[in-house]
Design a protein around this ligand. Structure first.
Ligand SMILES: [Fe+2]
Ligand SMILES: [Zn+2]
Length: 347
């Protein structure tokens, strides 16, 4: 099936680490005007400073344009030449999953299941509709981290999870999607999300982006306040030993943040934290040790086809390799197929 990203992927939310800023870029002429507020806030006022940030934004746009083909190329090289340390972990098996997790999933699949009762089986975090539960066995977490380290120390080509993380692994490139992440999403996480987040596409999560992030002193130490390009996210702590680095949550992205107050969640190794993708969150600085997290951004095409969560518009579809950003066939004002647009606009 052909998948898509929204055109805004190339024009909005362009993160420039040096300035810790998310920017908009349509063209050189409008750049200054469109980003006036944030440029001012970051002290970018002189022509030289604006030219510097503009250069970095253009690089980011270029990177995004080449990203899907580059990723496909890396995936091919890895599939042909990488020798895994633990080949058995590339296929999902129930023996890798915590008994408590299996119990929750089993409950969610029963006919009489309901949201109120499943919440009793989870740990409710202080932030609204944020829940945690054990996911993997400890033994699996150790093997998984070992595999990530093995890959990291290999000479394989590496893509990075996103513009905010410089260390980590894209799991589709490493070959985890088909045998591991897809069945985990479809058969285990989606039934839970169906009860917890039906109003956000839970139960209809039909694609994902999965990656591992790593935090360590002298590398990435924290993650700024943001929301995910996902309907539902699970963030699973894999270890190793670390102190601090708690996740914190604010409000949903479209709620007004008057009194900025955060609630923190302590992340227990082998446990996952489930939240709505558009719930604003970040990770506090790690103060010692190393922390690996498996993050799965789960998407529902039926939700995002109507409204892109990154630009709040009807998505303008740009075809991509792989799953893109989880958009599927959808009428868009940009499509040239007039009949298609006309027939769908009757819906
Ligand atoms: Fe996130
Ligand atoms: Zn968009």
């Amino acid at each position: 099936m052909q998948n898509y990203v929204c055109r805004c992927f190339f024009t909005r939310n362009l993160y420039v680490k040096k300035y810790n800023a998310h920017l908009v870029y349509e063209d050189d002429e409008t750049f200054r005007e469109q980003n006036a507020k944030i440029l001012q806030a970051r002290g970018c006022v002189s022509d030289g400073q604006v030219a510097d940030i503009l250069f970095l934004v253009r690089l980011e746009v270029q990177r995004r344009k080449e990203m899907f083909n580059e990723s496909k190329r890396r995936q091919r090289v890895i599939a042909q030449t990488y020798v895994p340390l633990h080949p058995e972990i590339y296929m999902l098996r129930e023996s890798q999953l915590d008994a408590g997790f299996l119990h929750v999933v089993k409950y969610c699949k029963t006919e009489a299941s309901n949201a109120r009762d499943v919440i009793q089986l989870l740990k409710s975090e202080q932030a609204e509709r944020v829940y945690s539960l054990p996911i993997f066995t400890k033994r699996f977490c150790i093997k998984f981290v070992e595999e990530m380290e093995h890959f990291e120390s290999s000479s394989m080509p590496k893509g990075r999870p996103n513009t905010m993380n410089n260390y980590g692994v894209l799991l589709n490139e490493l070959g985890f999607d088909e045998g591991f992440i897809s069945p985990l999403r479809e058969h285990y996480l989606n039934p839970i999300a169906h009860l917890l987040y039906e109003d956000y596409g839970g139960g209809k999560l039909d694609s994902h982006k999965a990656f591992v992030v790593k935090y360590k002193e002298d590398e990435d130490t924290e993650l700024g306040f943001h929301y995910d390009n996902a309907e539902v996210t699970i963030n699973i702590s894999l270890g190793k030993e670390f102190t601090d680095s708690q996740l914190y949550f604010g409000k949903m992205r479209n709620q007004v943040h008057t009194n900025i107050s955060y609630t923190e969640c302590v992340h227990v190794v082998s446990h996952g934290i489930l939240h709505r993708g558009q719930h604003m969150h970040g990770a506090l600085p790690i103060t010692s040790g190393e922390r690996y997290n498996l993050i799965i951004w789960m998407r529902a095409s039926s939700v995002r086809n109507k409204l892109c969560p990154m630009c709040d518009q009807q998505p303008q579809l740009v075809p991509t390799e792989g799953w893109g950003d989880g958009f599927t066939e959808h009428p868009s004002p940009n499509r040239e197929d007039g009949n298609f647009v006309q027939s769908c606009s009757l819906l």
